[in-house]
Design a protein around this ligand. Structure first.
Ligand code: B3K
Ligand code: ZN
Length: 848
């Protein structure tokens, strides 16, 4: 470990910084191994600060010179920064440092990717560029000068001048250092323009490597739609003369919302019908929107400290979810988001890494960009909106923007605008931010004539460091359907605030309650309900989420019975599915979701939370058996759907066509169990778009008949790095369980396995973790392979390594043998000499 005992940062220890900054000037002279950075910073004492010397953060910097008000000074250099005595009043700090971007493989700070310079500063990367108070509550306007022979030189804000090899940029909006960005490279632009509601002309550009310019139109279109949507839905116009997006191949995550200069992982920018799937298009649209929306929720109003991360992330995820719902289908989007939340966030919340939406302590903040902060954070915004209603929500947001523009805020500030705009007391609601864990909501009913008493009991199991839990506010949306399928009670929202609470409804015998409509609270609902009642809801519920949920629960019940009691597949489920699949009034995208079988990991989690130890092999077998039964039972219908959903005409990524393809390809996968892959072979050859081509390949992999197609696919796409990522990934993801670790190991020897590129590393190792039967195959070879590679990656790229250790987070779910093997793998990672702070924090949290 780097530090024997890495120190935790605590929310309770927050103190304002000693100084404020009036202006920052940065001057970069770029050179791969010896970039010089000069800074000139106008400081003045912070009236709210505690005085004392100036402490600046800095990591891996070679200090060349430092001056205060023009006079040389000799600051004390410490492990994470420096300390310097300073005058009592305002002063100017000037420093020059040297850094080595070409050797920066951690991809944090200033680094190089394919000959291009770029930056990633959130959360604490700016300190690797120069000495600075690298914390979000210190905001300042920046002027940046870049000197380089490279043709394109970009930074935040508006361009100020460009002459010879020098460009100057000025960003008038005060910002924290984590939003700083610089890009220099041989890049080409896909350009467009936007006129804001205030009449501002904005020049838009998506910058990519030469050769990729034909793949930027969709990202640009998504950007323009996002800008318009934020104006119409939130009244938020853009505030600079330019907005630039740059695509980078080596990037630790999805994208970054730097002011006026968003930097993206190229996989979330580049798209053409031949190379990108419908899923890729959807992610590009959502991420472009997400980063753009941060301009108001994150950049103009930022976080006081990193504990408040959900203030910008939860809210911005919620906004991008609303946007996608508006662009596509709100019902389908809600189901996908709820499904993702259960898959990722519930998994986190019910394991050793559980933490509150607003954590109170961290060692490495990069380890807290989690599903809990993002996705559960977004659910909290959705619950607030449901509790106060859409009009009051909009009033509260208007007040938020008006009151806090230009400030660094807290969750208390956020809740206060809701309290002030609505008069509501949110003290109990606030528990959602500090209490980790997924609440269980048990529902029981008792009838007396037409009086139906519904009792809700909520409880949250203990999580690390939080043995006792208190009741939270649960908005429970519910309605009722009559035995003939008509709606007896339209949706109403009950607020469950007590540990136990009973509500009464006037509903006749035979009425079937539909509870937690629209997934109105992020809880695990437990409730005895007959298969007949579930089938009724699947057929007739007016709430799309609960209609889908009814089918899902039937599928899960059938699978659990197959896994635990060796039962045969339940034909009641198969019968209930048929009319929904055939209902042409239903969106094909929705029908595709209904047809999807719960994943192995989902089943493992379901079993574990019901107190049964999941057996990965049995789960895999049962799932296969159900797929086989479904294919047999519905063969004719599926075959009809496969033909009916065919699209003739040019590819369009819009939601309508994408939905048809997803239903058609879901049918294809099932039908391959009947036709030995004949349709998939034909589709693989004929496909004119990546969605259909990859679906065919995946289908062939799943029935273990893909050898030839895998080779053909590689030959077709060997020069397209993003498609080759898919090629690596699907082979591992869809390998039969016992073979998965071998397939992954073999692929790591492929010449194109560039393991220092995070996308490529994740394509193989992330896919191994996602192949449940493969990752947990007997003997633990997959655990060992992953551990070997994480030990190797850690010194090169701690952030990606730490993130990928979470593939082990489910260890407590499994049997004693697997637990021991997974723990041993984690211990081996933990004992690697020189392990990064990032990874060591993750390992020690997981091992407890
Ligand atoms: N704010 C960035 C994430 C930064 C992650 C730092 N480890 C992207 C986003 O959420 O929009
Ligand atoms: Zn974000």
């Amino acid at each position: 470990m780097k530090d024997a005992t890495p120190r935790a940062t605590l929310l309770s220890e927050y103190r304002p910084f000693s100084h404020l900054i009036d202006a920052v000037e940065l001057d970069f002279r770029l050179a791969p191994n010896a970039t010089r950075v000069r800074s000139r910073i106008a400081f003045r004492p912070n009236p709210a600060g505690e005085g004392g010397p100036l402490r600046l953060d800095g990591e891996g910097l070679t200090l060349i010179s430092a001056r205060i008000d023009g006079k040389d000074v000799a600051p004390r250099i410490l492990p994470g920064g420096l300390v310097c005595e300073v005058p009592d009043g305002p002063f100017t700090w000037e420093a020059e440092v040297e850094i080595d971007p070409a050797s920066n493989t951690a991809l944090e700070g200033l680094y190089m990717s394919n000959g291009m310079y770029c930056t990633q500063c959130e959360a604490e990367g700016f300190r690797k560029i120069t000495y600075y108070p690298d914390r979000p509550d210190v905001m300042a306007p920046f002027t940046v000068r870049i000197e380089s022979d490279l043709p394109v030189l970009l930074s935040n804000g508006n361009p100020a001048s460009r002459e010879g090899g020098v460009a100057e940029w000025h960003d008038p909006h005060p910002k924290p250092a984590y939003l700083f960005a610089l890009v220099a490279g041989d890049l080409v632009a896909h350009e467009d323009a936007f006129t804001t509601m205030e009449g501002r002309e904005v020049a838009l550009a998506v910058w990519v490597r030469p050769g990729d310019e034909g793949k930027c139109a969709y990202a640009m279109d998504a950007l323009i739609r996002s800008m318009r949507w934020d104006e119409t839905e939130y009244g938020r116009p853009y505030d600079l003369d330019v907005f630039n997006i740059v695509a980078v191949d080596d990037f630790n995550m999805g994208a970054m919302e730097n002011k006026g200069l968003n930097i993206f992982n190229s996989r979330y920018v580049l798209a053409s019908p031949e190379t990108a799937t419908d899923g890729d298009y959807g992610r590009i649209e959502a991420i472009v929107a997400h980063e753009y929306f941060h301009n108001w929720t994150g950049n103009r109003i930022t976080c006081r400290d990193w504990f408040q991360l959900c203030l910008k992330e939860g809210l911005t995820v919620f906004r991008d979810q609303q946007f996608t719902g508006d662009m596509r289908s709100p019902a389908v989007k809600r189901i996908e988001d709820a499904h993702l939340l259960r898959g990722r966030q519930f998994r986190e919340d019910n394991g050793p890494l559980a933490h509150p939406v607003r954590p109170e302590s961290y060692v490495e903040i990069n380890n807290f960009y989690t599903a809990t902060v993002y996705e559960k954070g977004a659910e909290l915004i959705g619950m607030l909106r449901r509790l106060v209603g859409p009009d009051a929500y909009r009033r509260a947001l208007d007040l938020y923007f008006e009151r806090h523009d230009g400030e660094a805020c807290t969750i208390e500030d956020w809740l206060a605008v809701f309290e002030d705009a609505t008069g509501r007391d949110l003290a109990q609601f606030k528990r959602w931010y500090s209490q980790a864990g997924t609440p269980r909501l048990a529902v029981e009913t008792a009838r007396d004539g037409n009086a139906l008493a519904v009792t809700f009991r909520q409880s949250t199991p203990p999580t690390p460091g939080q043995p006792e839990k208190r009741p939270v506010v649960l908005p429970v949306a519910l309605g009722a359907i009559g035995p003939d399928g008509t709606e007896l009670m339209p949706t109403r929202v009950i607020e469950v605030t007590e540990a136990e609470q009973t509500e009464r409804f006037d509903l006749p015998e035979g009425a079937v309650l539909s509870i937690l409509r629209d997934f109105s609270a992020p809880v695990i609902l437990t409730r005895e309900q007959s298969a007949q009642d579930r089938a009724l809801l699947l057929a007739h519920d007016t709430d799309p989420f609960n209609k889908w949920e009814a089918g899902r629960t039937l599928a899960k019940d059938a699978l659990v019975a197959m896994i635990t009691d060796d039962r045969a597949p339940d034909t009641a489920y198969l019968d209930a599915l048929a009319p929904v699949l055939g209902d042409e009034t239903l969106d094909p995208a929705f029908r595709a979701l209904v047809l999807a079988i719960p994943s192995d990991d989902d089943l493992a989690q379901t079993l574990a939370s019901a107190g049964t130890t999941p057996d990965p092999q049995r789960i895999d077998r049962a799932r296969h058996a159900l797929i086989g039964a479904l294919a047999k039972h519905l063969e004719e219908q599926l075959s009809g759907l496969y033909d009916a959903m065919r699209i003739d005409g040019p590819y369009s990524p819009d939601a309508g066509d994408a939905g048809r393809r997803s239903l058609r390809n879901a049918a294809l996968l099932l039908l391959s169990h009947r036709d030995e892959g004949a349709r998939a072979d034909a589709q693989f050859e004929a496909a004119d778009n990546m969605t259909d081509e990859l679906a065919a390949l995946t289908t062939l992999l799943r029935i273990d008949r893909a050898d030839e197609s895998v080779a053909r696919f590689h030959d077709r796409w060997r020069d397209d790095r993003l498609v080759i990522d898919k090629w690596f990934s699907v082979q591992v993801m869809h390998a039969p369980g016992p073979k998965a670790a071998d397939v992954a190991a073999r692929l790591t020897e492929h010449p194109a396995f560039d393991w220092k590129n995070p996308n490529r590393f994740r394509a193989v190792m992330g896919a191994l973790g996602a192949n449940h039967a493969g990752f947990h195959a007997e003997g633990g070879t997959a655990y060992d392979l992953l551990a070997d590679w994480l030990v190797r990656l850690d010194p090169v790229n701690p952030q990606t390594t730490a993130r990928m250790t979470t593939l082990f987070e489910t260890w407590p779910r499994y049997d004693a043998d697997r637990q021991a093997l997974m723990r041993a793998a984690l211990e081996r990672i933990g004992n690697a000499p020189g392990l990064s702070r990032d990874t060591s924090e993750m390992v020690s949290r997981m091992l407890g």
